[in-house]
Design a protein around this ligand. Structure first.
Ligand code: DGY
Length: 395
């Protein structure tokens, strides 16, 4: 990388912050310049390699804001710590590309951006669910190819999800938001699989069931599956919302696909490697009435051979959080993490929804806190006292 590939904002700032991609909005830069940061932003769309990142960090760097597409390995984080940095801030909620244990060993806080992408990502999962179930992409291709010659009783028949059964794998914030949208909007019964019970979601659906009953309609139900297999054959839709870890890698492979219903819909808007993509290609080829809606891929930006040829698969390029409001919010939270740590402010609450982070996104005087540091407890970082009790244990 050469000097001309970088944009420098606030060149006289006393703290050096390296940002590996241009970010949307202005507020994030206001956080950094108000903290007296000189901000060095890599220009261009290409993904920086570990070596390029290490070169960019140089001998002195106070903080870095990076992306989920980059490898923040022990080596890269070690170089960041050696450059004297106070933290690494990821501009995403997911951080499976970050070796958090290594960062913790170096004493480096790792920031992320929860809260702002919950509803946005859940909406995208809903969009993929119906794009797959109702064959939207196939219809779009037919229209553009001039192959629509008039209404036909058997043209592109899809699956009615109304009053069906929805399965979610991972009932954290995004999974729960998706579940609420699908259950409320389409009166589906819910089965969820998660290592932790989500009592709040269960109560919400129970209350919604009571509301339906009060209006003379059949209740919806919610139950937690004890095993993934129990969910797979019970559901019309299975949507994945779990984090990528060693345990969840290839959570859905050939045996799990075989256990799903012939006309089921599989949605993945979490991380690609949760699904064995080659097995999915084989399954979709053999079962044309099975459908999948994918936002994420095992080896992004590539797709498994054969995936793009399948009519029963809808594919979009990792758009889960891609709304202007959300992406600007992610940039703001990533920068607020930097400002919070560089200013020695405490850490904001560890969990919560949109309302938790709104104070960082609007108003003249944002909280004097770092919004989300994933290894705050491991590093013994102080939290705002009044918020410590708000932790509920869901990512
Ligand atoms: C995240 O933040 O982890 C999302 O995948 C970005 O869309």
């Amino acid at each position: 990388m050469t000097q001309r590939d970088w944009k420098i904002v606030n060149p006289g700032g006393s703290r050096r912050v390296v940002v590996t991609k241009e970010l949307p909005g202005d507020r994030w830069l206001q956080f950094l310049t108000a903290t007296d940061c000189r901000v060095e932003i890599a220009l261009g769309d290409e993904i920086l390699s570990g070596a390029e990142i290490v070169a960019a960090l140089g001998d002195h760097c106070d903080a870095a804001i990076g992306q989920l597409t980059e490898s923040w390995s022990a080596e890269t984080l070690g170089a960041l710590a050696a450059a004297g940095a106070s933290l690494y801030s990821q501009c995403a909620v997911g951080y499976d590309n970050v070796d958090v244990a290594a960062a913790t060993r170096c004493g480096l806080p790792v920031g992320n951006t929860p809260g702002v992408l919950t509803e946005t990502t859940a909406q995208l999962a809903v969009a993929l669910t119906f794009a797959a179930a109702r064959r939207i992409a196939e219809g779009d291709r037919m229209m553009r190819a001039g192959e629509y010659h008039g209404w036909l009783p058997r043209l592109l028949l899809g699956t009615l999800l109304y009053r069906g059964t929805l399965g979610i794998v991972g009932a954290g914030r995004i999974g729960a938001a998706y579940a609420r949208m699908m259950v409320e909007g389409h009166k589906m019964d819910l089965v969820y699989f998660d290592v932790r019970a989500n009592e709040e979601l269960e109560k919400y659906i129970s209350d919604y069931g009571a509301f339906l009953a009060a209006h003379g309609e059949r209740r919806v139900t919610c139950r937690r599956a004890q095993a993934l297999r129990e969910l797979l054959d019970a559901c019309n839709v299975v949507s994945i919302h779990a984090a990528l870890t060693g345990e969840t890698h290839h959570l859905i492979g050939a045996p799990e696909l075989a256990a799903m219903r012939e006309e089921a819909v599989l949605v993945n808007a979490s991380r690609g490697p949760l699904v064995d993509e080659a097995a999915l290609v084989t399954h979709c080829r053999a079962h044309p009435r099975f459908r999948a809606g994918l936002d994420v891929y095992e080896n992004e930006p590539d797709m498994a051979p054969g995936l793009s040829e399948l009519d029963n698969v809808v594919v979009v390029p990792h758009l889960g959080s891609a709304t202007t409001w959300t992406r600007e919010g992610m940039a703001t939270l990533a920068a607020a993490n930097v400002a919070g740590i560089l200013n020695d402010w405490p850490v904001w609450r560890a969990v919560g929804g949109l309302e938790d982070v709104l104070p960082f996104l609007e108003g003249e005087e944002p909280p004097r806190a770092a919004p989300s540091i994933v290894n705050a407890d491991a590093l013994g970082l102080p939290r705002l006292a009044a918020q410590a009790a708000a932790e509920r244990g869901h990512p």
